[in-house]
Ligand binder design. Structure first.
Ligand code: PLP
Length: 366
């Protein structure tokens, strides 16, 4: 029997689902192994912030209640951190959900958004769901080409996604460059600065979005607890936005979009400076170890301001990734990012990084 469905919008029917990094458990089931490691999803290998875990443990007894729909505790903590009124802060079920709110609020069928190519895949998917089209501007030397992005703005451009530091390249632009970009942006365009990896940027010149919220060009800064605070599994991110934009994002969100646990954990994590610093130092050391390995192997790589690095393996990149998988190491293939000769490696624990380095060396030199 053929079931007849209501008509499906072509932009939904043609959507290619996002393919996340393979979960460790899935690989272990497939290969019948244990002790696999994942260096594929830019997670924090230290685990969650201990202060966040403690706060969640204390909140467990209150889970029969709905969360505070206004997210008071976390928004108050963020307001204090960034020196903004709470009304300018919007919480999301991960910063992914903020991207969805932005598309829902600002993209109508036929509208356009801009982003670099390659860039984080969720921009194009969520713009497409809203009936819009993502116009892509190639990276230049693995950096966002801000001048070309500026030139690509058209009358139907509503959103410009700037990912800084950039996923998957790991490069970052400076505060001066952001200032120039905002100065030139025509009215009617909202600039979205995705700072998912900003806490790992070691270079003090890298733009810090919150400093630019007062600019005449409307700017939304997105940040997340998934990376530097180790809370990817909890799903909590946030946007700092001009008052009128925040008001619109609040209108399109569900009343209880972030959970009780996510709210208390976020607030506790924000105060966990020690964990943040430990995470940053781990990443910086891990990157140095990766760079040394790549140099030894004669591989080119893109120096990173994030917690991952893009390395050029060559035409065998896919094969090398498969061989690493067989050896229990999950890394990210870059075919879906139009970089089939590259792999993206997230920094893990020191022993995980060393295991990757040993196995990569064995595969390439073996
Ligand atoms: C550039 C970028 N933005 C946003 C996200 C989404 O993060 P989350 O939804 O976990 O906050 C990611 C996750 O990998 C990312 O790489």
């Amino acid at each position: 029997m053929e079931r007849r469905l209501p008509p499906v919008a072509p932009e939904i029917a043609s959507l290619v689902p996002y393919k996340p990094g393979k979960p460790i458990e899935e690989l272990e089931r497939e290969l019948g192994i244990s002790g696999a490691i994942k260096l594929a999803s830019n997670e924090n290998p230290l685990g969650p912030s201990p202060k966040a875990v403690e706060a969640m443990a204390q909140a467990l007894g209150g889970l029969h209640r709905y969360p505070d729909g206004a997210g008071y505790v976390l928004r108050a903590a963020l307001a204090q951190r960034y020196g903004l009124p709470q009304e300018q802060i919007v919480l999301g079920n991960g910063s992914n959900e903020i991207i969805e709110f932005l598309c829902r609020a600002f993209i109508r069928p036929g509208d356009q958004a801009l982003a670099a190519a390659p860039s984080f895949l969720m921009y194009s998917k969520l713009v497409q769901v809203a009936g819009g089209r993502l116009k892509e501007v190639p990276l230049k030397d693995f950096r966002l080409d801000l001048a070309a992005l500026q030139e690509a703005i058209e009358p139907r451009t509503r959103l410009v996604f700037l990912n800084n530091p950039d996923n998957p390249a790991g490069t970052a632009f400076s505060g001066q460059e952001l200032q120039a970009f905002l100065d030139q942006t025509p009215p009617g365009v909202l600039v979205v600065l995705d700072e998912a990896y900003i806490d790992f940027a070691g270079d003090p010149a890298v733009a810090q979005g919150p400093e630019f919220l007062g600019h005449a060009t409307p700017l939304v800064v997105m940040r997340t607890f998934s990376k530097s605070y180790g809370l990817a599994g909890l799903r909590i991110g946030f946007a700092l936005a001009p008052l009128e934009v925040a008001g619109l994002l609040h209108r399109v969100r569900q009343p209880f979009n972030t959970s009780i646990l996510a709210q208390v954990a976020g607030a506790a994590a924000l105060a966990d400076e020690e964990f943040l610093q430990k995470s940053r130092e781990l990443v910086w050391q891990g990157l140095q170890d990766f760079y040394a390995c790549f140099e030894r192997l004669g591989l080119s790589y893109v120096p990173s301001q994030a917690n991952f690095v893009l390395v050029r393996i060559g035409p065998r990149a896919g094969e090398v990734a498969e061989e690493l998988l067989r050896r229990g190491i999950i890394v990210r293939k870059m075919g879906s990012y139009q970089l089939p000769e590259h792999l993206r490696i997230s920094v893990g624990l020191p022993q995980e990084n060393q295991r990757f380095i040993r196995q990569l060396t064995a595969i390439l030199e073996g």
